[in-house]
Design a protein around this ligand. Sequence first.
Ligand code: UDP
Length: 325
Amino acid sequence: MKILVTGGAGYIGSVVSEYLLEEGHEVAVVDNLSTGHAEAVDPRIRFHKIDLLDRAAVVKVFDSGVDAVCHFAAFSQVGESVADPLKYWHNNVSGALSLLSGMKYAGVRHFLFSSTAAVYGEPESTPITEESRLAPVNAYGNTKLSIERLLADCRKGWGLNSLSLRYFNAAGASDIHGEDHRPETHLIPLVLDAAYGRRGELAVFGNDYPTSDGTCVRDYIHVKDLATAHLLGIDKLVEGYSGVLNLGNGRGFSVLEVISAASRVTGKEVPFRIGARRDGDPAVLVASSEKAEDILGWKREYPGIEEIIEDADSWRKRFPGGYSS
Ligand code: UDP
């Protein structure tokens, strides 16, 4: 199939593009490189360096023929979204509107959407299922939930098939693509940087949560397992399926558990101190991914926290300063 990947120069988009190519799909990427890296786009991919807000340019991309779209391009920093909601609403929601307009115009009916656990906000109970209350607590989550609702409207209006995949904490790397956010705010790359002395001690955001060791528990899912779910998701879309699925590891790890695992993987002490809580951090976010397992036949191959950290570490060793562009 011919698959258009928006945000294919970013972390999850680049790994999914890699898997799509391996599966024999023809891949085109749209990315404005505002946060992505040109080097993350495989030379076999047709790369359109355009902004999704440029509707005329987006419509033109569909001229070359597209069977399905995987939409990753979005701003995704929670803290920044709280401080600058207009930036997030404008970019994320208008970008999706522009892309969907291009699809409608070109008659493309299959849409795989990169959604997030942030649509649930502070959960009432865990594990979180797709039926759990939707109550985002930041602008980032609000934009993603609004797009999910827009997709449901497009299904009614013009027969769009869409699959929204709500990721929990994506982590790890493939052999060639990994995580390179600037600034980096995610726990696993920060823990590795602290272990190797690339930055000072890690601040653990609070140890007075109602969890076994007092630090927050998150559901870290290997980006390679996420990529596999996307391949299965595309097959499902083509069969005519539309819906919403959680993608998580099925178990959670506390911040201190991640730190110990990183010490075991690297053989180094991770210097850390206990700092203040970070605003908006729920104590525990763990998904039930049973629906994805049932509907997609998805099985996680890399659920261990050590193997997730090991792959993140190997990638970083291969790209010590991250991507060069
Ligand atoms: N965290 C931390 N110190 C850091 C970065 C993150 O203690 O420097 C914690 C954070 O409070 C959360 C977990 O690590 O409990 C994962 O945070 P991350 O930002 O990676 O992902 P999020 O859960 O916010 O999507």
